[in-house]
Design a protein around this ligand. Sequence first.
Ligand code: HEM
Length: 422
Amino acid sequence: MPLPDTLRPDSLRVDARLRLARGLSWVAAQRGDHPSRLLHWPWRENPYPTYARLREQGPVVTSSLGFLSANSHAAVREVLRGRDFGVEPPEGFSSPAQFRVVDLSFLQMDAPEHTRLRALARPAFTPRRMRGYASEIEKITGELLDRALARGGFDLMADFAQKLPIAVISRLLGIPERDDAEFVRIGNLLGGALDGAQSARHVRQIRNASAELDVMFERLMAERRRDPREDVISALVADTDEGRMSAAELRDMCRLLLLAGFETTVNLIGNGMMALLRHRDQWERLVADPELAGSAVEESLRFDSPVQLTGRWAHTDTEVDGVRVRRGGQVMALIGSADRDPAHFAEPDRFDITRTDAGDHLAFSGGEHYCLGAPLARLEGRIALRALAERAPGLRPTAMPTRRRTLTVRSLSAFPVTTGSR
Ligand code: HEM
């Protein structure tokens, strides 16, 4: 994808523009503009009090900078499902330049292109495929835990939560084993890009990371064309040969699948385990009955969602939960706020793995863009939490976890734990 002129990393104006945008929202945040606060530390380290203030202000709130935030469960659901909204700006409007740094295929497209490309990716995530992946995920989980638990003390993120989804999505796509740490670095850079680029240097880093992936995917596509295997890339290469998508579209789709596969499930496991170990009674329940792993996954997704927000544009003058939104309105749909809405969930700030309506969360979005990988994420999450509860019942933190400075993706970078006795 050619870089938009406004974001040529060598342009001196890039830094000025990006820093100005950040500076303006910082000033708005300081003056008490709650939607802007979500874009900055310290508020975004723990966004839940800001979400509560926003819900008190209304289901939809207009920031002093002009964008809107959808805060209630009803409003977020309406924005995600509503036909009046799209992920692309309507004619006459354009996305702020800092958000146009990485191409994430059909995640960033409206119908009809979205429909065509999503349909091509869908066969990789059917229930039959999931049954096929389960034993592989169990095997990888077992091997990772053998190594980590043998050491007693380990980093739940680096030694387990990051490694499992990377191994799974790599095998599914057919990517040969490679240096995990290098992959984590690329994933973090591209995942962080969802919050918008912050400087010319940042734009350059993101573009380089994306280019590194492109080289790898182009090589893989050529190899699979010559020598097809049982993996997703081989199946998709056939679609390009038969004219259903171009080679460039396939490369962008692979980038999306890889990133979606390893910037999210990592945090379902990390955020879920942090909640479980901080609410010891809930961990003990899971240890006593590992069959609860499925509902622990749903409650973790609700309580501390790996993807906290997503964006939509109003394509026509419309109404959301009784509030008027004009065509061209840019809405930040706050998934993390929706899932703590007391109008929808009783005692939403309580972490309870036996909650029966936890599955009503919007962690996987809704409508046309509902997460394609949700069955895979749920399967991995269930296998991971169950295995940890069965094999490390005495698990406990040994230090405060370290948080990554991102908002869209809510993520820990380190979480030291020990298997010590209970
Ligand atoms: C716990 C883990 C996961 C969470 C919380 C999650 C969350 C999300 C969300 C919120 C969206 C929609 C964003 C929007 O509406 O703008 C989405 C889309 C998507 N996810 Fe996931 N995801 C997870 C795991 C996965 C996995 C493992 C894959 C597999 C590769 C995946 C593939 C996708 C794809 C391809 C889309 C684009 C769907 C579309 O635009 O039609 N996700 N995900």
